[in-house]
Write a protein that binds this ligand. Structure first.
Ligand code: FMN
Ligand code: SF4
Ligand code: SF4
Length: 253
């Protein structure tokens, strides 16, 4: 049976996971939020695939649940799962997802998380090499295979809640909002448009042949990591993690 996947990704790790779900049709959160794509009325299986941001949901995921799922008739949705990617650990992110879905009248049936290269520059100590990324992808393989199997069998499983999850949720919610000027600078640039195509917020436009940043940045660092000319700078550093999926693929999804 077909599964619709609502995807948020910055650097592509979550796309790497989403692509592994059999018979899945992947749509970006931006397409749902802009109305370019609407969840078909008869959708029975929905997957939400996204990175952990500040131990909670990225802003586009929260908006998708509130504005798209919260306003439709979800009675036909039989099986809803969430798969999160993280750089260290998810803490209560899957409970955040469960609580957000519950407010929209939807029960989360299954949740799992996967540790993959961390693209968040403010906390990153050294560059992620392709070898290190490949090793991390290999390490998560048994857990990913199990999740794929569980989802095919429509297993029910979400991790147990811990103390203080509501406080963590509140902090994450207020911290992870779009902002202007996150300290990302565009240096000499060819205007190729890659950054604009990978930005999940549609926050970059090409003006007079060069990239111009808008006011709605969620610091996913996709533009920084994927610029083919390393023209995007953050605190004196330029791009290095090209990710687990091709830039071409990330641009086209
Ligand atoms: C703004 C931001 C906040 C993040 N916060 C966390 C976090 O709280 N915990 C964690 O383990 N990883 C965190 N990460 C790392 C991402 O979850 C991780 O790199 C993820 O795999 C990126 O997925 P993507 O390539 O699909 O964007 C954060 C990354 C970003 C960009
Ligand atoms: S990806 Fe790099 S070179 Fe291409 S438009 Fe963006 S900043 Fe300029
Ligand atoms: S402009 Fe901000 S939101 Fe867009 S890709 Fe760059 S870091 Fe991500």
């Amino acid at each position: 049976m077909k599964t619709i996947i609502a995807l948020h990704t910055g650097t592509g790790n979550s796309l790497y996971i989403a692509k592994r779900i059999p018979d899945a049709e992947i749509h970006r959160m931006g397409d749902f939020l802009s109305g370019r794509y609407e969840l078909p009325e008869d959708t029975e299986r929905l997957g939400i695939v996204f990175p952990v941001y500040c131990w909670g949901l990225p802003y586009p995921v929260r908006r998708f649940i509130r504005e798209c799922l919260g306003r439709r008739d979800n009675s036909k949705l039989g099986y809803v799962f969430g798969l999160a990617t993280c750089g260290a650990f998810p803490l209560y992110t899957l409970h955040d997802l469960s609580a957000e879905l519950s407010d929209a009248g939807i029960a989360l049936a299954y949740g799992a998380s996967f540790r993959l290269p961390d693209a968040y520059l403010p906390l990153q100590k050294k560059a992620v090499t392709p070898e290190a990324a490949e090793k991390m992808a290999k390490d998560i393989e048994p857990k990913l295979e199990k999740a794929i199997q569980d989802i095919s069998n429509e297993e029910i499983s979400i991790p147990r809640r811990g103390p203080g999850w509501r406080i963590v949720r509140r902090i994450s919610q207020s911290a992870m909002v779009p902002r202007n000027n996150m300290g990302i600078i565009v240096n000499e640039c060819s205007g190729c448009g890659t950054c604009a195509a990978v930005c999940p917020m549609g926050n970059i436009s090409i003006v007079n042949g060069r990239a111009a940043m808008g006011p709605e940045c969620i610091s996913c660092f996709a533009c920084y990591h994927r610029c083919p000319e390393n023209a995007i700078e953050y605190k004196g550093a330029t791009g290095q993690y090209r990710g687990l999926v091709d830039t071409k693929e990330l641009k086209s999804i």
